[in-house]
Design a protein around this ligand. Structure first.
Ligand code: AMP
Length: 286
C-alpha cells in the first residue's frame, strides 16, 4: 500500500498504479478514525475495481464549529492498518495546505438547495464544504467509481448533484456513485467515528436511536405518521438525546414524504451531551 501526502507523490503513485493495474479505479474519501463502516466501503470497492484509493483528510471546510474540528478523532496509524487489511492500493493523507493551497480558488458549486435543508440548515456551510473537498479530490484522483455510505444520506444526494455538475461542465464523464448501506453494531447503533467520543454510558444511550427505529417499525402500521414521529421524539428524549430533527422524506430525495410514495426514509439528528449524532432508516408504514 502506497501512502502519499503531497500532490506530486500522489500523481506519481497514480501514474504507476494505472500503468500496472489499468484505469478503472475507485476513490473512497474518509476523514479517518476508521471503523468497519469504512471497512465495508473498502470491501465493496475492492470487489469491482482494478485499484482502490482511500483518502484520510479531516476537511476543515465542512466543520461549522471550531470545537468540533478540534476534537474530531484522529488515529492515523490504526487507519493505515485497517486500509492495508482491506487491500487498499493507495492512501492520500494530505495536510489542509496541500488540498487547499494558497491562491487556490474554490469553484462556485450550485447544489440546487440540497445543501440548505435538514443537515444543511443545522450546519450552515457544511455541504458546500463537503462538495468542495469531494470536487477537489476527484480532480486529484480521477476514478471510475466513488464510494460513499448511506449513513450520510443527504451527503450522498449532495455528491450525486456534484457529479451531475461535473458531467455538465465536462470535467469528467464519471465517476459513478456507489452508495453502501449503513453498517451497525449488534444493537443497531450506526458505526461512526464520533462514537469514539462517547463514554460507555453515553454509547448505551446512543443506542436509543436504534431502539427508536425498532419501535417505529413495530408501530408503523398502526399509527398515523405524525403520531409516529411524535412518539419517536418522546422516546428519543427519554433515552437522553436532545433532538434536532426527525423527518420523513421520499426515499432517494429530500422531498417531503406523503402517502403513496412507498416506504419513507426517516432522517434523524440529535445531540448526546456534546456529541452530535445522525442516522437514517427506511420505514415501511401504511
Ligand atoms: P467519514 O470518515 O465520517 O467522512 O465517512 C467516510 C465515508 O464512510 C462516508 O461516505 C460515510 O458515509 C461512510 N460511513 C461512515 N460510517 C458508516 C457506516 N456506519 N456505514 C456505512 N458507511 C459509513
Amino acid at each position: 500500500m502506497l501512502v502519499t501526502r503531497t500532490v506530486e507523490e500522489l500523481s506519481e503513485a497514480l501514474a504507476s498504479m494505472e500503468l500496472s493495474l489499468g484505469n478503472d479505479g475507485a476513490l473512497v474519501p474518509t476523514m479517518g478514525a476508521l471503523h468497519e463502516g469504512h471497512g465495508a466501503l473498502m470491501r465493496v470497492a475492492r470487489q469491482s475495481n482494478a485499484w482502490v484509493a482511500a483518502t484520510i483528510f479531516v476537511n476543515p471546510l465542512q466543520f461549522n464549529r471550531p470545537d468540533d474540528l478540534a476534537r474530531y478523532p484522529r488515529r492515523e496509524g490504526e487507519d493505515f492498518l485497517l486500509l492495508q487489511e482491506h487491500g487498499v492500493d493507495l492512501v492520500f493523507a494530505p495536510s489542509p495546505e496541500v488540498v487547499f493551497p494558497l491562491g487556490w480558488v474554490a469553484p462556485e458549486l450550485d447544489l440546487d438547495g440540497l445543501d440548505l435543508l435538514w443537515e444543511g440548515a443545522f450546519r450552515p456551510g457544511h455541504f458546500k464544504g463537503v462538495a468542495t473537498v469531494v470536487n477537489r479530490l476527484l480532480d486529484l484522483i480521477p476514478c471510475a467509481n466513488l464510494y460513499m455510505g448511506q449513513k450520510d444520506y443527504q451527503q450522498c444526494l449532495v455528491v450525486e448533484r456534484l457529479l451531475c455538475l461535473r458531467k455538465a461542465m465536462l470535467v469528467q464523464l464519471g465517476p459513478a456513485l456507489v452508495k453502501v448501506p449503513t453498517v451497525r453494531d449488534g444493537d443497531g447503533l450506526a458505526l461512526s467515528s464520533r462514537n469514539l467520543l462517547l463514554a460507555p454510558d453515553q454509547l448505551e444511550r446512543a443506542k436509543g436511536i436504534a431502539r427508536t427505529w425498532s419501535w417505529m417499525k413495530a408501530h408503523g402500521q398502526g399509527l398515523q405518521p405524525e403520531a409516529l414521529v411524535e412518539g419517536a421524539l418522546e422516546r428519543l428524549t427519554a433515552e437522553g438525546l436532545r433532538n434536532e430533527y426527525l423527518v420523513f422524506v421520499r426515499d432517494g430525495s429530500l422531498e417531503p414524504w406523503k402517502r403513496g410514495d412507498g416506504a419513507p426514509r426517516a432522517l434523524y439528528a440529535g445531540w448526546l451531551d456534546e456529541v452530535r449524532l445522525i442516522d437514517n432508516e427506511s420505514l415501511a408504514i401504511a
